[in-house]
Every structure is written in structure tokens, then in C-alpha cells.
Design a protein around this ligand. Structure first.
Ligand SMILES: [Zn+2]
Length: 157
């Protein structure tokens, strides 16, 4: 739907895509329209940047919809367009942050997995330790003590 513009002198370059050829009416269902800051006063909503009457957004009319409800309000001034840019830039940064976080999680997962693949089995680690202890032993009594420690000698039972 089209709303007649009362303040065409305030049109920001970035808002021109929301206007008709003569730049005197506004496409309320344009897909890029998003809510910008307004204040309510006596049943009306005004732009928080230029104080003009805010323009309606009718998202329900997009893509051949038939819902005429006003789903938000915005304006065609520089302040409102700056807010739209800010919202988009913040959303882009959020997307980048999410993608970066996912990449880092994957890297951590891969690093941990690689490390686990490199570990020896518990059995082979123990065997190496015991082997070294036995090789260092000076006499048979020491070896018997080592075997007792690991429960392999049951002479005393
Ligand atoms: Zn405004």
C-alpha cells in the first residue's frame, strides 16, 4: 500500500528505494522496512529523530499477503536510516560472531580428537613403567616388591 508523504524535503538517499517514481508516496510493504525509534503522543506516533508523523509498515502485505495490519512504524529521514544501518550492521556482526564461535568450537573439537588419537593405551603405559622399574632393579627382592605392588605376586596369600 502507498502512503502520501507530507515531508518530502526530509528524504534521505537511503530511503529513496521505499518511494514511488515521483517520490511523493511511500511503499508501506517494502521488504527492507524495519521498525525505527518513535514516540507516541495523543494517539499518534512520531519519529524520534525528526519529529514527523511516523510512517506505517505493513509487513503482512509482502509476498502477496493480505494482512493490512500496521506491523511497525518508521521514517524516511537521515536519523531513521542511520538506525536501520546500525541495526543491520549489528546483526551482521552477530552473524560473524556466531560463525567465528562455530569455527573455534570445531577447531577445539578437532584439536582434542587429534590429541586423544595420539595417546597410548593404559595397558601399554603401565607396561612401560613396570618394565623400566624391573630393568632398574638391582636384585630379585626388588623385582618381587614391584610385582607385589601391582598384585602379580600372590606368594603371601
Ligand atoms: Zn524522521
Amino acid at each position: 500500500m502507498e502512503t502520501i508523504l507530507k515531508t518530502p524535503e526530509l528524504i534521505d538517499d537511503r530511503a529513496k528505494k521505499f518511494l514511488n517514481y515521483n517520490k511523493d508516496s511511500f511503499d508501506t510493504s517494502h521488504e527492507d522496512l524495519i521498525q525505527t525509534k518513535t514516540i507516541k503522543y495523543k494517539y499518534y506516533e512520531y519519529c524520534s529523530y525528526c519529529s514527523c508523523l511516523a510512517l506505517p509498515i505493513q509487513a503482512g502485505l509482502r509476498n502477496l499477503g493480505e494482512n493490512y495490519n500496521t506491523t511497525g512504524k518508521t521514517c524516511i529521514c537521515k536519523g531513521a536510516m542511520d538506525e536501520v544501518d546500525l541495526i543491520k550492521n549489528l546483526a551482521d556482526l552477530d552473524d560473524e560472531l556466531k560463525s567465528f564461535t562455530n569455527d573455534m568450537k570445531l577447531k577445539k573439537y578437532e584439536l582434542k580428537n587429534k590429541h586423544i588419537e595420539n595417546t597410548s593405551s593404559v595397558e601399554s603405559i603401565l607396561l612401560n613403567i613396570i618394565k623400566e622399574d624391573i630393568q632398574k632393579s638391582a636384585n630379585i627382592e626388588d623385582i618381587v616388591e614391584i610385582l607385589k605392588d601391582i598384585g602379580l605376586n600372590n606368594d603371601n596369600t
